[in-house]
Design a protein around this ligand. Structure first.
Ligand SMILES: Cc1ncc(COP(=O)(O)O)c(C=O)c1O
Length: 449
C-alpha cells in the first residue's frame, strides 16, 4: 500500500486564507455589486497607449516587439525611463545599470525584499499599509515592524494622517535594515510633505537604512500653477532628496501610470550596487517580462516626455490623468457624504477613506452574531468570540445587502489591536467610469433614506 499523499506546504507560505482582494472580488461578482473595491479604472484605457500596442501587434515580423527581450528590461524602455527619472530625481539614472523591469510593482517589491532581507532582519512599514508588504517581508525571512500613522479626532483630510517620528525612531534597532515609504499613500490618499520625507531621510541616513519608495501613484497628483503660470510639481520623489538616490529602491508601475493595470509592468530603480541583487533574483525567476507591452510603454513614455515638460496641458500624465481623477474624487465625496459617510479628502491617488459610523440602518454586527448563535444553541449564554473586525462585517453587509463593494480599512493593519482601534472606515476606489459612479450613486442615495 502506498503512503497517503498529504503534502505539507513550506512554512514560509504561512497563512493561506484568501486575501482581501480575492474575497471582495468574488463577493462583488457573486452579488452583482458595483465594484469600488480594487484599485483599477474600469473605463477606457488611454487610446494613445492602446494604439501603440495595436501598431506593434500588427507587425508580427518585429523581433524586438514579439520575442524575448533583454532580461533586465527592453532597451527602449530602460532608455526612456532613464531619461524620465534623471529629470524627476535630478540625478543621472543609468539605463543599463539602474533599472529593472518587473511583472508589475508587486514583483519589484518582492525582489527588493528577497534581495536585501535576511532571516530576522527588521523592516519598518508605515501602517495602514498596502497589504502585500508584510507577507512579502515574511517570505524573505524578515520581520515587518509597523509604525502607525494616526488621524486626529475630527480630522477630515488625508494630509492630517501623521507619522510619529519619535515612535518611528524608537522602533529602529540593530536588526533594522530597511524602511518602506509609500507615497502617494494607499489606502489613505496622503501625499507626504517635503519635511516628512526629509525626516524619514534623516533617520535612514542616521541608522544606515535602505529605503524602498513605493511610488506607483506618482502621477496621480494634481499639480498647481503659480500666478506666473509656472508649473509646480507637488510630488516629491524620495530618490530626489539630497543624498537619497544612493540608498533608495524606487518602485514604479506602468499599469498605474497609464491606467492599464492588466499589463502588469513595473520597475525598480536604484544605483547599480543596490539593484544588482534584485537583478540576480530576476534572471533566475521571471528572467524577462512581456516584450510588446514593454515596447508600447516605452513609446508611450517617449511620446509623453516633451508634452510633460513643455506643454503640460496636453500631457496625459501632467494634466489629463490628475484632472480626471480629481473630478471623480469630488463626485465620490459628494455621494458618500449624502449617504452620511464622513469622508477623508485625499491629497493624491485614487482612493478615499470614509467613516461609516453615521450611516443609517447599519445592523449591529456583533450583537446580531451573538443573537444568531444563541438561537442556534440551547446552552445558556455562550461566550462568543467575534474575530472579524466591524468594518469587514460592514463591507460584507454593504456588498451582500446593498450591492456595493468596498475594502475595509482594517485590511491594511497587521495586528488585531490596531485593527480593533481602526474599524470604522472603508476605502473606496473612485477612478471608475461615469456609468459605475452613477450606479454607485443610486445605491448610496438609497442608503441615505
Ligand atoms: C501601493 C501599491 N504598490 C504596488 C502596487 C502594485 O502595482 P502593480 O499592479 O504594478 O503590481 C499597488 C497596486 O494596487 C499599490 O497600491
Amino acid at each position: 500500500m502506498s503512503t497517503p499523499f498529504n503534502p505539507v506546504p513550506a512554512e514560509r507560505v504561512g497563512d493561506q486564507s484568501a486575501s482581501i482582494w480575492t474575497e471582495f472580488a468574488a463577493l462583488a461578482v457573486e452579488n452583482k455589486a458595483v465594484n469600488l473595491g480594487q484599485g483599477f479604472p474600469d473605463g477606457s484605457a488611454p487610446k494613445f497607449v492602446t494604439d501603440i500596442l495595436k501598431k506593434i501587434s500588427e507587425k508580427p515580423e518585429m523581433v524586438d516587439g514579439h520575442q524575448y527581450t533583454r532580461g533586465y528590461g527592453h532597451p527602449k524602455l530602460v532608455e526612456t525611463l532613464a531619461k524620465w527619472y534623471s529629470y524627476l530625481y535630478e540625478v543621472a539614472v543609468n539605463a543599463s545599470d539602474d533599472i529593472l523591469i518587473t511583472v508589475g510593482a508587486y514583483h519589484a517589491l518582492y525582489y527588493a525584499f528577497l534581495a536585501w532581507i535576511n532571516e530576522g532582519d527588521e523592516v519598518i512599514i508605515i501602517e495602514p499599509a498596502f497589504d502585500c508588504y508584510g507577507p512579502q517581508i515574511k517570505f524573505a525571512g524578515g520581520v515587518p515592524v509597523p509604525v502607525l500613522m494616526k488621524l486626529p479626532e475630527g480630522a477630515d483630510r488625508a494630509c492630517d494622517f501623521k507619522i510619529d517620528f519619535v515612535e518611528l525612531e524608537a522602533k529602529i534597532n540593530t536588526n533594522t535594515k530597511m524602511i518602506v515609504i509609500n507615497n502617494p499613500h494607499n489606502p489613505t490618499g496622503k501625499l507626504f510633505s517635503y519635511s516628512e520625507l526629509q525626516r524619514t531621510a534623516d533617520l535612514a541616513k542616521k541608522y544606515n537604512l535602505i529605503v524602498v519608495a513605493d511610488e506607483v501613484y506618482e502621477f496621480h497628483v494634481e499639480n498647481t500653477f503659480n500666478v506666473q503660470g509656472v508649473w509646480k510639481m507637488e510630488m516629491v520623489r524620495f530618490a530626489s532628496l539630497p543624498g537619497m538616490y544612493e540608498r533608495t529602491i524606487s518602485i514604479g508601475s506602468a499599469g498605474k501610470i497609464f491606467s492599464v493595470t492588466g499589463w502588469k509592468l513595473g520597475w525598480a530603480i536604484a544605483p547599480k550596487k543596490l539593484l544588482a541583487p534584485l537583478k540576480a533574483n530576476h534572471q533566475n525567476c521571471a528572467s524577462s517580462c512581456s516584450t510588446p507591452t514593454q515596447l508600447a510603454v516605452a513609446e508611450a513614455l517617449e511620446y509623453e516626455f516633451p508634452k510633460y515638460l513643455f506643454r503640460p496641458f496636453k500631457s496625459y500624465l501632467a494634466y489629463k490623468l490628475p484632472k480626471e481623477i480629481c473630478k471623480k474624487c469630488r463626485k465620490m465625496s459628494v455621494m458618500l457624504k449624502k449617504a452620511n459617510f464622513t469622508t477623508i479628502w485625499p491629497d493624491a491617488g485614487f482612493f478615499m477613506l470614509a467613516d461609516y459610523s453615521n450611516v443609517k440602518n447599519v445592523p449591529n454586527f456583533k450583537e446580531s452574531v451573538q443573537e444568531e448563535s444563541q438561537a442556534e444553541s440551547d446552552e445558556p449564554e455562550p461566550q462568543i468570540e467575534v474575530e472579524d473586525p466591524a468594518d469587514l462585517m460592514f463591507a460584507r453587509w454593504l456588498c451582500r445587502e446593498k450591492k456595493i463593494a468596498v475594502i475595509p480599512l482594517t485590511a491594511f493593519y497587521s495586528t488585531n489591536e490596531d485593527k480593533n482601534a481602526n474599524d470604522k472606515m472603508i476605502r473606496v476606489c473612485f477612478f471608475k467610469k461615469e456609468e459605475t459612479l452613477n450606479k454607485a450613486k443610486k445605491v448610496l442615495d438609497k442608503l441615505s433614506q
